[in-house]
Design a protein around this ligand. Structure first.
Ligand SMILES: *[C@@H]1O[C@H](CO)[C@@H](O)[C@H](O)[C@H]1NC(C)=O
Length: 402
């Protein structure tokens, strides 16, 4: 029992072999230097491993569009061309409209040439199919002087959506005002995109640009589309989705005013650019009215629009003891990795490798154990050798200098 206790309260330390060789010595220090440089330069200074990072950014976005346009001899204001109207982070600016007025429930011919027919039996194939503007009845009726088309039951007259219309040019000059507040919950840090340098006079006159007014929260639609590398006339003709990205990269160890938004712009529906199946972006909505006799009629609108998505992302970093300690320990431990490489070189490729091997690995055979049984100590072997002991910390020295 007592011997177990004395065995337990012992300290073991590793015996080292000191190799005095220029080659391996220089390699060893070079490897260590590399590892230290990597940790200080990349891990600590570049990747800032001494900080904790909060990526769970909380954000609110409010938008407001301004400008007047003229379309079909009518002046269009915000309520006419922006939808939805709440001023959220996703909104559409309508650039082109196809309106079908005074639609009522009833029977009427399809409007598209692909539904043209000469007999009722041309139309039976559309029964129980959808794709047109209403439920097919299977009859062939007169559409105009030159064409008969299949009949439908639904909102009549059917929309004619192949008529050519020009988009509203003035959209290019409309402005988008963006109010963005963010918070990093880990540090309870709040900030907005109106920097302290922005005052009322500035905001009423500035327009964002990438060189001079990088923090102005008012964006001209034409500029946004240009920064997203798109062509306004193509985009307003077919519709599309543009992303306005607000990035917040905040190093909270630095001064307060270093935490600033950066704006960037891209086209989000890149697929519809090089795909002819469903190019652009459009949607339909209707306005409903009631006649005196109580029947409903409506105005159907097919709108081509540029949709803007305001996307906010970012992270905040701040010094913290725990990642600092963990990374420092990792750095110190990694310095030891150099020995693995040096051992491989030393024991395999260096001149006199066999000699080093002999010094590093001591072989003990059964017969030796038998003759030294009195030296057997806690199942480990400590074998006395006649080697010359160097003075430093009891380690072996193998001279190779000179
Ligand atoms: C946009 O504004 C500029 C300058 O105010 C003006 O010259 C241009 O004609 C406007 N464009 C449209 C399409 O109204």
């Amino acid at each position: 029992m007592w011997s177990f206790i004395t065995d337990f309260f012992t300290y073991e330390t590793t015996k080292s072999v000191v190799v005095k060789s220029w080659t391996i010595g220089i390699i060893n220090r070079m490897v260590q230097l590399l590892i230290i440089t990597y940790f200080i330069g990349w891990v600590f200074l570049h990747e800032k491993a001494y900080q904790v990072c909060d990526t769970a950014i909380e954000s609110s976005v409010m938008t407001k569009v301004k400008g007047f346009g003229v379309y079909n001899n009518r002046v269009m204001d915000v309520a006419d061309y922006v939808t939805p109207t709440q001023g959220a982070s996703v909104f559409c600016i309508i650039t082109k409209l196809i309106t079908t007025e005074n639609q009522v429930q009833g029977y009427c011919p399809e409007s598209e040439p692909k539904y043209s027919c000469t007999h009722n039996k041309n139309c039976t194939k559309y029964l129980n199919k959808h794709g047109g503007y209403g439920i097919p009845t299977g009859k062939c009726v007169r559409f105009n002087d030159t064409m008969n088309t299949c009949q439908i039951r639904g909102w009549c007259p059917a929309e004619i959506d192949y008529i050519k219309t020009e988009p509203m040019r003035e959209v290019e000059n409309f402005t988008i005002f963006i109010k963005n507040s963010i918070r990093f919950p880990m540090f309870n840090y709040t900030k907005g995109n109106f920097l302290p340098t922005i005052n009322k006079n500035y905001i009423s006159s500035c327009n964002f640009d990438k060189v001079k007014h990088t923090y102005c929260p008012i964006f001209r639609v034409g500029d946004v589309i240009q920064y997203a590398q798109q062509n306004f006339s193509v985009l307003s003709q077919k519709g599309g989705v543009i992303g306005i990205k607000i990035g917040w990269l905040c190093d909270l160890d630095r001064a307060e005013d270093q935490c600033r938004p950066s704006y960037s712009f891209t086209r989000l529906d890149a697929m519809s650019q090089n795909n002819n199946v469903s190019p652009g972006y459009n949607f339909r909505f209707a306005k409903y009215y009631k006649m005196d006799n109580g029947t409903d009629y409506r105005t159907l609108v097919k709108a081509y629009a540029i949709r803007f998505d305001v996307l906010v992302n970012g992270n905040a970093r701040k010094f913290n003891m725990i990642p600092t300690l963990i990374n420092m320990v990792a750095a110190f431990t990694s310095v030891g990795v150099g020995t693995v490489l040096c051992d491989i070189i030393l024991l395999n490729f260096l001149k006199g490798a066999e000699q080093y091997k002999a010094k590093k690995f001591e072989e003990v055979s059964d017969t030796e154990i038998d003759s030294h049984t009195n030296c057997l100590y806690r199942s480990q072997l400590s074998i006395r050798h006649d080697e010359k002991q160097s003075t430093d910390s009891g380690s072996f020295s193998i001279g190779h200098f000179g």
